[in-house]
Design a protein around this ligand. Structure first.
Ligand code: HEC
Length: 134
């Protein structure tokens, strides 16, 4: 039994290593987005959504980079509160994308802020693929 667990842990580690810096949390979310009909996640499309500037309700141009910054390896800054936001790139911040609930909570809030609606499962999968590659 113990050996079986070791083998499974090894396979899990290999799987995680092969898919950029995917985490168990992001693997869960990708499965959820696929179940909702999304597929073929693309970092390129994700980056487009991430950087797209839109007129927000408050009358200013906003994108995901408004708070997270243009360089994902560096700290971002909340545009209103000025509060620092830790780097989004998993290569610079190992705590990133390790909690599925947290990811979904912020997707909901931030997509509403920037796009004026929730992101679709496809968009979330694309954005996560992009962010994980950073
Ligand atoms: C108004 C400022 C602001 C904007 C604009 C913004 N975010 Fe965020 N985001 C935050 C804050 C604050 C956090 C939580 C603090 C943290 O995780 O360091 C966060 C966290 C996140 C997380 C959770 C990361 C994790 O490690 O679990 C995701 C995913 C995310 N944002 C996606 C987006 C996307 C996608 C957009 C554009 C549609 C966006 N954000 C735009 C402020 C913002």
């Amino acid at each position: 039994m113990k050996n079986l667990f070791t083998v499974m842990a090894l396979i899990g580690a290999l799987f995680a290593a092969s898919a950029a810096s995917a985490t168990p949390a992001t693997n869960t979310l990708f499965a959820k987005y696929k179940a909702a009909g999304a597929s073929g996640f693309s970092a390129e499309r994700g980056q487009k959504v991430w950087t797209k500037e839109l007129l927000s309700e408050s009358g200013e141009m906003m994108s995901c980079t408004t708070c997270h910054g243009k360089d994902l390896g560096k700290e971002g800054k909340h545009h209103k509160t000025g509060k620092l936001i830790k780097p989004m790139a998993p290569s610079a911040n190992a705590e990133r994308f390790t909690d599925a609930k947290k990811i979904e909570k912020w997707f909901k809030r931030n997509c509403n802020d920037v796009l004026g609606r929730e992101c679709t499962a496809q968009e979330k999968g694309d954005i996560l693929t992009f962010l994980l590659s950073q």
